[in-house]
Design a protein. Structure first.
Length: 123
């Protein structure tokens, strides 16, 4: 059986989707994890290789809200073609409907399409 290669768009890391479940990364100090995440988003926006999408669920959807310091970095990623998807249930539950400054609210089916057809990096 031959290997099936996915078509890779120039500038995009091969089929990668980042999955964010909170407003910080790593274990330990949440404030430090938040700063690490902001630093990572800023650095990612400046790179030529990018993920296909970033999925935000649970409290990570707050990063997409208009009052989030992450918004400029996320808008830069979005302008370079990275899909930013906030879980619809989470957006509604956290009362952020209509308050997203970057990305869009996504159904579970939209999220599953990405999770099941790309390499997922869970941060």
């Amino acid at each position: 059986m031959g290997v099936v290669l996915m078509e890779v768009k120039p500038g995009f890391a091969r089929g990668k989707v980042l999955l964010l479940g909170s407003e910080s990364v790593g274990r330990g100090d949440d404030d430090l994890g938040y700063e690490i995440l902001l630093t990572m988003l800023k650095a990612l926006a400046g790179r030529d290789d990018r993920p296909v999408a970033i999925i935000f669920w649970n409290t990570a959807v707050r990063l997409l809200a208009s009052d989030s310091p992450a918004v400029p970095h996320l808008k830069a990623l979005e302008s370079k073609g990275v899909q930013l998807l906030g879980g619809q249930l989470c957006v509604n539950e956290l009362e952020l409907a209509g308050k997203l400054a970057a990305g869009k609210s996504a159904t579970m089916d939209e999220i599953l399409d990405l999770l099941l057809h790309h390499d997922v990096v869970n941060l």
